[in-house]
Design a protein around this ligand. Structure first.
Ligand SMILES: Cc1cc2nc3c(=O)[nH]c(=O)nc-3n(C[C@H](O)[C@H](O)[C@H](O)COP(=O)(O)O)c2cc1C
Length: 150
């Protein structure tokens, strides 16, 4: 099993990085191949909405570090999506990353999707400051549903 972890916090050694790394470590011990990607070390520009990914050649036209992530995700079975909660939502870094996934994992709109890309498992690894663990559950559920709709 191949697992990609995305750390969408600007803090390299913060709570989100710790959580994602713990998940990957457990998976590694169980025999998985894992790699963590830290948003702070990546140039991931926001989606331009050109829909170039749905016409002509497959893939996103923006030439930045997302290209390496697309390649990693192509062979991955699982995405561990790590983000701190900022103002009740995922961080801007995580949002830029997830918007760009539209080019790869949105089969309904794409002539280019592969079965493998469509069948990835998603693990949400969100962290929050509020001690009420249920407070943002509706947002976490909603985020899961958005991925299921793609
Ligand atoms: C700009 C900003 C906004 C935040 N908004 C929320 C929030 O709406 N709800 C919450 O519970 N925690 C909020 N927090 C706290 C973080 O989600 C929490 O400390 C998180 O674990 C930080 O992750 P990190 O250590 O990986 O950066 C916020 C923190 C920052 C810096």
């Amino acid at each position: 099993m191949n697992i990609v972890g995305f750390i969408g916090s600007p803090r390299k050694d913060g709570n989100t990085a710790w959580l994602v790394r713990q998940i990957l470590e457990g998976a590694r011990e169980a025999g998985a191949e894992t790699r963590a990607w830290h948003s702070g070390e990546l140039d991931i520009r926001p989606c331009q909405g050109c829909l170039g990914c749905k016409q002509g050649e497959p893939g996103c036209v923006i030439d930045d570090d997302m290209q390496a992530l697309y390649a990693a995700l192509e062979g991955a079975d699982v995405l561990v999506l790590g983000s701190p909660l900022y103002m009740g939502q995922m961080s801007a870094q995580t949002k830029a990353f997830t918007d760009r996934l539209f080019a790869q994992i949105s089969p309904r709109f794409s002539p280019h999707y592969t079965e493998r890309a469509a069948k990835k498992a998603l693990v949400l690894a969100f962290t929050q400051g509020n001690p009420d663990s249920g407070m943002f559950q509706p947002y976490y559920d909603y985020t899961k549903r958005v991925f299921q709709m793609l």
